[in-house]
Design a protein around this ligand. Sequence first.
Ligand code: PGA
Length: 255
Amino acid sequence: MEKEYIIAGNWKMFKNVPESVDFLEALDEKINTLPRNGAVEILVFPPFTSLYAVKGISTGIKTGAQNLHFQESGAFTGEISPLMLENLVDYVLIGHSERREIFKEKDGDINKKVKTALKHGFIPVLCIGESLEEREAGKTFSRLEDQLDRDLEGLNPDEIEKIVIAYEPIWAIGTGKNASPEQAQEVHAFIRGVLQKKNGSPETARILYGGSVKPANSYDLLRQNDINGVLVGGASLKVDDFFGIIQDSYKLANR
Ligand code: PGA
């Protein structure tokens, strides 16, 4: 069976409007040299300020927001409502470890955000991951299952099926130290099993790996059975690096 991939770039707090436009124009030119392939979805999460400006630059690249608020409007200074994102993005990143750790987002808030995103027709990319301490204490699986239980609480199987999960071990984010393909595969298979308990259709679940993904390791990660794509931080900021990862997914999707 042909494998489908999502190659996603999380730009975090990088790139102003002209830089975002330049990047997408350059990437669009490169992906136009590849055969059209419905088996690879290319996706970037620019900062909010760039979303309107990059709309429509490339028909081959989808966009997502890096966060959203669970209320539709109100006195929430500095927040972005789902209504403001309508017709602007297809995806929303929810529960990135930087949101959890630095901005103290709790699973309860993340659960509300997932529900809000679905209600407004966005595909949530829900990030989960264990810390180094949890991994060393042998608590990786229990930690991830606990996050999935809390973050997906109250969702029905149809809703769960729409969600993309990004497994991002915290110790691998921005550290240059990626999980080995075998480590990632083991966890992805576990996550698929947990999702199966919740929705009964494991083959449709889309589970991305994130954490120090770069062209040097993307092929071996993408090759793993239960890895359906990657969420890339640092290496998504350079057109050549991100394109290199996209090329790897093409090689595998075309087999
Ligand atoms: P990294 O970031 O690729 O720079 O490790 C991944 C992420 O935070 O999504």
